[in-house]
Design a protein around this ligand. Sequence first.
Ligand code: ZN
Length: 332
Amino acid sequence: MDIGFRIPGTEERVNCANYFISQFQNIDINFTYVLHNFTVQSIECQNVLFKLNQNHENIIILGAHYDSRAKATKDPNPINRSDPVPGANDAASGSAVLIELAQKLYQKRANLSCQVWFLFFDAEDQGVDSGGSGMIGWDWCEGSDRFVTDINNFYNDNNETFDCMILLDMVGGVNLRFINELYSTSSLLDELFAIGRALGYTSQFPSNPQDNQIIDDHRAFLYIGIPSADLIINFWDNPNWPFHHTVTDNITYIDSDSLQATGRTVEQFIYNNYWNIPSNPYNGNYPWSEDIDKQSIEIITILISTIVIIAIAILTFNVIKYNSTTRISEVE
Ligand SMILES: [Zn+2]
């Protein structure tokens, strides 16, 4: 947060990318990284990718966006709406958890049977919102879209495969409660919830999470067939964290317990699936091929219920009609 506003095209955005590089080089001076440059509306943007355990072929992508929104378009005070969002939760929180995970997983790397990518997206948060405000000509999630377009430049498709992608977006706020994000691969998201709850983070991973679908950086990876999950809060009309795209999304409303719950859960997910000990018991959903579309199931349920109700109504009507006809003939 000391770096300032990470708006695309600014010195602070560059400083933030350099900060990630310095943090990963503190872990290992030779930590492999790739800079992915692209432009949006002639502005230079940059995704930053770090690779751990390149000797393994199965890749897990852990992602977060690091740009912060140029304008606080949802601020309750109209005077603030042309000011930038500090972006503590949205999404310095996810970036911070990625750095911490890199430190932890690096120490355990010899025991992990997978490659891990730590992927920081630029240009996620500059789209035009429902109020018509944003950077003109910019869409949401430009960084992840461009990354997926160019993904063949970053791995060898002869021997490397992507197992899954986990996105951390707004994971550090006070009163954290993750939602059941509906674009996400359900078997992957359900497993993350189960692990979080098993670790005792039952308020962060509630048993009855709110359903919602969010346009976010995981969608580009879903489109190319990689099981993906978005760990994200309800950020619309949420009285417990009402700071989305306001000037108040600052460090005051970050809770270290939220960051820890997120980081520990993702860390445990990696150990459950990739700890290289044959005796390790595993009860997860690998390879996360199942994706139950809960919205379609709801629509089908409503349709079937409606048909059954209409059928009962017709039947009842006919029985009444038959009875009254019978009575009339009896009178006759
Ligand atoms: Zn945002």
